[in-house]
Design a protein around this ligand. Structure first.
Ligand code: KG4
Ligand code: ZN
Length: 488
């Protein structure tokens, strides 16, 4: 097996034939992105709808199951070809991890193992489908924690084998970027009126992807075709939110980000003049890179000076001054959030200008990933988009954080385009010595030459095991397909 196996061979096996299933040719039904779809409650109604939506194979409605286990959420969902969410289920171990101050890989793996069968069964049950009804099983194979990814991949393999359908390997950040394209259908499931009736973005669009491990500005030129305009030089913004929550001693059972956001509501965002990252640095001020390490340090210093790390005393306040302590915490949270959001928005503004150099008609910006559920960020991006004459597309908050729908939808897009679709596993479990490929470190695309990291050509030991990017692989797949077509 080659080191850089192409996507269609990602899940490999011991010697022997694989059951193959014909993948469909590229076609995108206009109805897929219609913003008028509504929730269909009866499964027959859903099936009929999905079948109507399929222009390429009207007699074969397609349903894709998506499985996500890259971090601390065990999630599964079934979507139809028209983007309807037929069933979904999610179990988070964030409260368990919170007791240990962050994600502990072995604990997370155990939590996924305990949850995976139930979560997948629940999603299928809600969709009233069985594995043989599925047209594909999509699963996140990276980036993420290997131990965790493996749980999802093994389950996906089992279901795909049972269903006799292909396994579709998915890049976690691609899934965050693309979930907005299923938005028209997905938003009908959301109770946030501000996120309904949004347009589904068409390629090309700009995506700001903000999660616990990634902070990217990406020009999404097509399925599997990504140009990274900016990335983080140190931490991701979600990581910074989690750290600030710990410094302030907040309840982490729902995650650090939501805790800081809630506390910030009662704080004075101007109380602390934390410097905006990279704003005044000579060469980095004008690019799209991010940095949150300095902001984290500023917050730490402010906490040490006032309430003490963990917010439980030991700083400048007397123990017992509870109201004052709460006010200081809220002010720090609000000031941190103001600066973090300003940094994200400034970089996004530059990215829009860069993107318009090659795509002058760029009309949409998508924000996704866990931090995209933050209301202050959404509000400020809305103002930025208005200023730049762009449409801002925010998935409903629950589709910003990790979920099964984004994986199922990405699988559906790949199935429809016939790009990066794997084979049907011959056995439900890997055989002795069989290698299951996971991609804990997996770039989404190439860095724009103006990125600091690209200029520095970082070659640390850490980067040695990085796979070729999804975008490079997509290009290889397309070239191979073209060559095959020319031969026949
Ligand atoms: O995308 P995601 O669910 O998982 C990863 O792929 O990392 O993102 C999780 C991150 C966490 O760091 C969490 O604290 C942050 O998103 N987050 C938020 C909010 N909700 C989740 N950050 C700020 N405000 C929020 N409302
Ligand atoms: Zn994520």
């Amino acid at each position: 097996m080659q080191r850089h196996a192409v996507l269609s061979r990602l899940i490999t096996g011991a010697a022997g034939l694989r059951r193959r299933r014909q993948t469909p040719s590229a076609s995108v039904s206009p109805s897929l992105f219609s913003s008028s779809s509504k929730r269909l409650d009866h499964p027959d109604e859903r099936r009929a709808s999905a079948s109507r939506a399929s222009t390429s194979a009207p007699s074969a409605p397609r349903y894709v199951l998506g499985i996500e286990t890259s971090c601390d959420d065990t999630a599964a969902a079934v979507v139809s070809e028209s983007g309807e969410v037929l069933g979904e289920s999610i179990l988070s171990s964030v409260d368990l991890q919170a007791k240990f101050g962050g994600v502990v890989p072995n604990l997370a793996r155990q939590a996924h193992e305990d949850a995976i069968d139930g979560v997948v069964a629940e999603a299928l049950h809600a969709a009233q489908l069985e594995p043989p009804d599925l047209s594909g099983v999509a699963v996140t194979i990276g980036p993420g924690l290997s131990l965790c990814l493996k749980v999802g991949v093994l389950k996906a393999r089992e279901v795909a084998h049972l269903g006799g359908c292909p396994l579709i390997p998915v890049h976690h950040m691609e899934a965050h970027a693309l979930v907005a394209r299923a938005l028209a259908a997905a938003s009908s499931y959301d109770d946030d009126p501000s996120s309904s009736a949004q347009p589904a973005p068409a390629f090309p669009f700009l995506a700001l992807l903000v999660s616990g491990g990634h902070n990217l500005l990406v020009l999404v030129e097509g399925l599997g075709v990504y140009k990274i305009l900016g990335t983080t030089l140190d931490d991701a913004v979600g990581e910074a939110y989690d750290k600030v929550a710990r410094l302030l001693g907040l309840d982490l059972s729902r995650g650090g980000g939501p805790a800081v956001e809630e506390l910030a509501l009662s704080g004075d965002a101007e109380a602390h003049a934390f410097p905006v990252p990279l704003k005044n640095s000579r060469d980095k001020a004008k690019n799209c890179d991010f940095s949150f390490a300095g902001l984290k340090t500023s917050v730490r210093t402010a906490v040490e000076r006032t309430i003490g790390i963990g917010g439980g005393g030991g700083g400048g306040l007397e123990v017992g001054e509870e109201a004052a302590r709460a006010k200081v915490k809220a002010d720090i949270a609000a000031s941190f959030q103001r600066v973090a959001v300003e940094h994200l928005c400034l970089r996004t503004r530059t990215a829009v200008l860069w993107a318009r150099e090659t795509h002058p008609g760029l009309g949409e910006i998508v924000v996704a990933g866990g931090v995209a559920s933050n209301r202050t960020l959404r509000r400020e991006l809305e103002a930025l988009a208005l200023d730049l004459d762009l449409k801002l597309v925010c998935p409903p908050p629950r589709y910003c954080t990790d979920n099964g729908v984004m994986v199922a939808w990405t699988g559906m897009e790949r199935l429809r385009a016939g790009v990066g679709v794997g084979e049907c596993p011959e056995t439900p479990r890997p055989e002795e010595g069989e290698w299951v490929e996971l991609r804990p470190r997996w770039p989404l695309g190439d860095l724009d030459p103006r990125c600091s990291q690209q200029r520095q050509k970082i070659r640390s030991a850490k980067t040695k095991n990085i796979k070729m990017s999804l975008t490079q692989e997509t290009a290889l797949l397309m070239a191979a397909d073209k060559a095959r077509l020319q031969r026949t």
